[in-house]
Design a protein around this ligand. Structure first.
Ligand code: B12
Length: 232
C-alpha cells in the first residue's frame, strides 16, 4: 500500500487526483476478445497491481500553470496529452518499483479501453451514452491512463454499482440530439457542435457540484489553445 499512497500523492500534485485499482487479468481477457486491443504488460504476475488514473476539475490549474511556464508544452500539438505523459512518467521514475503507463490518447498497438478499465474498478458504471458515471462525480471526470506496477497483487472482483438503473436516461436523448454528423461520430463532429455534446453530461442526475469550469469545459471539447490560462 506504500507505493499506492505515494503514487496518488505524487500524481495529485499534477492535478491527476483519481486512482482506482482494478484487475489487469480481467482487462486482458476483455482485450483478447477485441481485435483492436492488445493485452498489457503484466511483469510476469498473475495479478499485478494495476490502477486506472483519472482527473476531476482539479487538473485545470496545475495544467494551465505548467502551460504558461513551459514553451515546450505550449508548442506541442496536444498540450494536455503531453502534460499528462510528462507528469506520469516523472512520477513513475521516482517510484522504487518498475511501472508501465498506457495512455488514453495512444493508438495502434497501444490503444486501451479506459471505459472498460473504469467498469472493472467497480467504482463506476458505464452509462448508455458511452460515458462512465460515478456516484458523486457523475461523468465529470477524465480517464487518462492505465498504470501497471511490478508488484504482485490479489484477484480483484468488482461489483457494478449499477448507477444508471432506474434512470430514464436523458443522456441518450442528449446524445441523439448532439449527433448530427457521421456514424460513428468523429472528434471533428464534437468540436463543431460542442455545446450540444456538453448536455450529455449536464442532463445526468449525478455529478452536481463536480462540473468543470468554463475554460476546462470548452477546452476538453474543442482543444483550443487560447483557452489555456489559469481560471480566476
Ligand atoms: C475514440 C474516442 C471518442 C470518439 C468515439 C468514436 C466512436 N467509436 O463512436 C469521439 C471523438 C466521438 C469521442 C467523443 C467524446 N469522448 Co471519447 N474517447 C475516445 C477514446 C480516445 C478511445 C475509445 C476507443 O476507441 N476505445 C477502444 C475500444 C476498442 O474500446 P471500447 O471500450 O469498445 O471503446 C468504445 C467506446 O468507448 C465507444 N465510445 C467512446 N466514446 C464514445 C463517444 C460516442 C459518442 C460514441 C457513440 C461511442 C464512444 O467507442 C469505442 C469504440 O467503439 C477514449 C479514451 C480511451 N482510450 O479509452 C475516449 C473517452 C471514452 N472519451 C471521453 C470523453 C469525455 C469524450 C467527450 C465527452 C469529449 C471530451 N473529451 O470531453 C466526447 C463525447 C462523448 C459522449 N458520449 O458524450 C472520456 C470518457 C470519460 C468518462 N467519464 O467516461 C474518455 C475515456 C477519454 C478521457 N480523456 O477521459 N470519444
Amino acid at each position: 500500500m506504500r507505493a499506492e499512497k505515494k503514487l496518488l500523492e505524487s500524481l495529485s500534485q499534477y492535478g491527476l487526483d483519481l486512482l482506482w485499482r482494478f484487475d489487469l487479468k480481467a482487462y486482458n481477457a476483455f482485450a483478447e476478445l477485441n481485435p483492436r486491443l492488445h493485452p498489457l504488460e503484466d511483469f510476469g504476475h498473475a495479478h499485478p497491481r494495476t490502477y486506472l488514473l483519472g482527473n476531476t476539475r482539479a487538473l485545470w490549474q496545475p495544467f494551465a500553470n505548467a502551460y504558461v511556464d513551459s514553451a515546450e508544452i505550449q508548442k506541442h500539438a496536444d498540450p494536455l496529452e503531453h502534460y499528462i505523459e510528462l507528469s506520469v512518467n516523472e512520477v513513475l521514475e521516482e517510484l522504487d518499483v518498475r511501472g508501465a503507463a498506457f495512455f488514453g490518447h495512444e493508438s495502434g498497438d497501444r490503444l486501451v479501453s479506459l471505459t472498460e478499465a473504469g467498469r472493472l474498478t467497480g467504482e463506476m458504471s458505464l452509462g448508455p451514452a458511452h460515458l462512465c458515471v460515478h456516484s458523486s462525480l457523475g461523468s465529470w471526470f477524465g480517464l487518462r491512463a492505465i498504470i501497471v506496477l511490478d508488484i504482485p497483487s490479489d484477484e480483484f472482483a468488482p461489483r457494478d454499482p449499477n448507477l444508471c438503473d432506474g434512470c430514464d436516461a436523458p443522456c441518450v436523448t442528449a446524445l441523439e440530439q448532439a449527433r448530427t454528423g457521421t456514424t460513428p461520430p468523429t472528434a471533428g463532429d464534437v468540436v463543431s457542435n460542442w455545446r450540444e455534446w456538453v448536455k450529455v453530461r449536464t442532463v445526468c442526475p449525478l455529478g452536481e457540484g463536480s462540473e468543470y469550469g468554463p475554460q476546462q469545459l470548452e477546452y476538453h471539447y474543442t482543444r483550443r489553445k487560447s483557452l489555456i490560462y489559469p481560471e480566476r
